[in-house]
Design a protein around this ligand. Structure first.
Ligand code: B1M
Length: 209
């Protein structure tokens, strides 16, 4: 019988080879790709997110689990595409213009992928035009911005304005060390998340709304 619980545990331990082998074994046994994703990879990554939020584990452990997740996803992705499974949503993420910090943004992107989202990662130093154009082109319903500098944080407001002016149905969420809920309210962003695990919960709420 497919060991999806074992798959989740291997992912939590960051064992990429084990994750790949268990994903393949489950598929070979006829388990649907969506079940492998939800009951194996996403289940494991949810625990990782929860432990990270409670400071039980730290950035390196999350990155190692995220790498293991990517290994599993490499095998699963073509099967998911073939089965016509829909991602939980599409999210465009990036660090705003002028800002080159990407460690936190990468964590958020990985956790979103772990949560079943298709993530379009635009990298760092991303302009408002680029955020909106990518959301339009890919049909994303959410733009996620990261900023680590007090000097680049104000640019988030320009992205929010550009998203609103585009007339598209795109929500915006923001995060990064200097960013706060109060700031999100001030600039009219749809949400703020303090960490990568909360970003997944917020994305769920915003995409469902
Ligand atoms: Co920079 N840097 N840095 N830096 N750097 C900080 C941010 C700083 C606080 C250091 C300090 O002075 N104490 C300071 C900012 C001061 C300020 O503005 N108030 C600073 C500065 C000044 C600078 C430069 C200007 C330095 C210089 O050149 N004079 C320069 C700017 C370059 C630029 O961006 N244009 C610079 C450069 C760099 C490096 C290139 C050397 C490197 C970045 C490497 C990289 O990212 N690839 C770097 C680093 C590593 C840091 C520190 C040390 C660590 C940042 C980090 O990765 N944290 C940082 C000091 C610090 O924070 N202790 C510092 C770990 C990461 C997991 O956390 O990014 O906060 P974080 O992400 C969290 C949450 O914030 C949240 O989830 C993540 C996971 O929990 N989150 C989101 C983040 N984005 C989110 C998006 C969401 C939701 C949640 O929704 C979409």
């Amino acid at each position: 019988m497919a060991d999806l619980e074992g798959l989740a545990i291997s992912l939590m331990r960051g064992k990429q080879d084990e994750v790949k082998a268990k994903v393949q074994a489950a598929l070979d046994e006829g388990v649907s790709p969506v079940t492998v994703l939800n009951d194996g990879l996403v289940a494991g990554m949810s625990v990782v997110g929860e432990r990270f939020r409670k400071n039980l584990i730290y950035v390196p452990e999350v990155l190692i689990s995220a790498r293991a997740m990517r290994g599993g996803m490499e095998i699963l992705k073509p099967k998911l595409a073939a089965s016509g499974a829909q991602p939980a949503g599409k999210v465009v993420v990036g660090t705003v213009k002028g800002d080159l910090h990407d460690i936190g943004k990468n964590l958020v992107a990985m956790m979103l992928q772990g949560g079943g989202y298709e993530v379009i990662d635009l990298g760092t130093d991303v302009s408002a035009e680029k955020f909106v154009a990518a959301a339009k082109e890919k049909g994303a319903s959410l733009i996620g911005m990261s900023a680590l500098l007090t000097t680049t944080m104000p640019y988030m407001s320009q992205v929010v304005q550009a998203a609103k002016a585009s007339g598209l149905k795109i929500k915006t969420m923001i995060g990064g060390a200097p960013v706060t809920q109060q700031y999100a309210n001030e600039i009219g962003a749809d949400g703020y998340a303090a960490d990568a695990a909360s970003a997944v919960e917020l994305a769920r709420r915003l995409c469902a709304a």
